[in-house]
Design a protein around this ligand. Structure first.
Ligand SMILES: *Cc1c(COP(=O)(O)O)cnc(C)c1O
Length: 355
């Protein structure tokens, strides 16, 4: 039976990305060695890194003056690395979920970090809109897509200070005005690659201003200077990211990804709204195109487990909601086909008809 991978992360990748990476793992560029056993300093690997950086710059239209890094440590390390490098006196954070809150907690270790607004009291079911960003903040940190709760900031807020964005779960799903950001980071395992690498875009002339000693490995300048080769980078994950970047470009770039994301989301959300058994969990205007969260309507609460079993038998994988929301979450990253969205909707319709 065909499986549809709705996992939240690590998550679906285009089949050809997996196959091409697998080939290189067996024999890298005909060298007779595996991608897993070559040196990152082998002359064949540098072009992989260079092409990946160039494609990121091209696909996201990254302006001059920014560097693209591939580092380890996940998005979670960025929660620390960002304030360590960018917080001079004060940082502002928008609290839109668990990840945003964790980022804020780390910033407090480095100085004054203020939460400008939060939707925690409503279990993060919306993106706060009425707030004032302090004009003396060094940056305003946002989580553009809240993977757990299914909300998304699809248009940058007007900010008097530069933005810093955790784009772990929606990077490359739409175009972004990078010039508004001092830093963008994303754990690759949601929408780009296998787990093990984090993509970071930093504005070069904003580095080196923080009034503290920065440990060498945490200093972005270390990695900018060495082109992500200060220490051993995660070679195989970077290669898989390159394959995905090639696939995005071939498929029409981030504009095409955006169009497909809107189509998938329309297919699934309209069924959630139509089907008497289900309802969405977040405010309509803030609905994520990447993580689509829904629960049973109260009167059908006892059907949650039966629907889960029904859908699983029909090849739906990973649709269980996060424990802090419950119900279901269909993660629809770039590689999810419209056919996958339709298959999930067919399950929902069939299940409703049986009741
Ligand atoms: C998954 C996720 C993280 C954590 O990523 P790690 O790479 O596991 O540290 C952070 N932020 C967002 C928005 C996420 O979806």
């Amino acid at each position: 039976m065909k499986k549809y991978n709705f996992n939240a992360g690590p998550s679906i990748l285009p089949r050809e990305v997996i196959e091409n990476t697998a080939k290189q793992i067996l024999d890298f560029n005909g060298s007779g060695l595996s991608l897993m056993e070559i040196s990152h300093r082998a002359k064949d690997f540098q072009p992989v890194l260079d092409e990946a950086v160039a494609l990121i710059k091209e696909l996201l239209n990254v302006p001059e003056g920014y560097s693209v890094l591939f580092l380890g440590g996940g998005a979670s390390l960025q929660f620390t690395q960002v304030p360590c490098n960018f917080l001079i006196k004060k940082a502002a954070y928008l609290n839109t979920g668990v990840w945003a809150k964790k980022a804020l907690k780390e910033a407090k270790l480095y100085g004054e970090a203020v939460e400008v607004a939060s939707s925690a009291d409503a279990n993060y079911t919306f993106i706060p809109k009425d707030y004032v960003i302090p004009t003396d903040a060094d940056y305003f940190h946002i989580t553009t897509n809240n993977t757990i709760y299914g909300t998304e900031i699809r248009r940058e807020p007007d900010s008097p200070v530069p933005l810093i964005g955790d784009m772990s779960s929606d990077i490359f799903s739409r175009s972004v005005d990078v010039s508004k950001y001092d830093c963008i980071y994303a754990g690759a395992q949601k929408n780009l690659a296998m787990a093990g690498v984090t993509v970071i875009i930093v504005k070069d002339d904003k580095l080196g201003r923080a009034p503290r000693e920065i440990p060498t490995m945490l200093d972005y300048r270390t990695h900018v200077e060495k082109g992500s080769m200060f220490n051993t980078p995660p070679v195989v994950p970077i290669y898989s990211a390159l394959e995905t970047l090639r696939w995005i470009k071939k498929s029409g770039g981030v504009e095409a990804m955006d169009k497909k994301a809107k189509q998938r989301a329309e297919i699934i959300y309209s069924e959630i709204d139509r089907n008497k058994l289900f309802k969405g969990t977040v405010r309509e205007e803030d609905r994520s195109l990447m993580n689509i969260c829904f629960v049973m309507n109260e009167e059908y609460a006892e059907l949650e487990k039966p629907f889960m079993e029904f859908a699983t038998e029909r090849g739906m994988v990973g649709i269980k909601g996060h424990r802090s929301v419950g119900g279901f979450r269909a993660s629809c990253y770039n590689a999810m086909s419209l056919e996958g969205a339709e298959a999930l909707v067919a399950c929902m319709k069939e299940f409703e008809a049986k009741k």
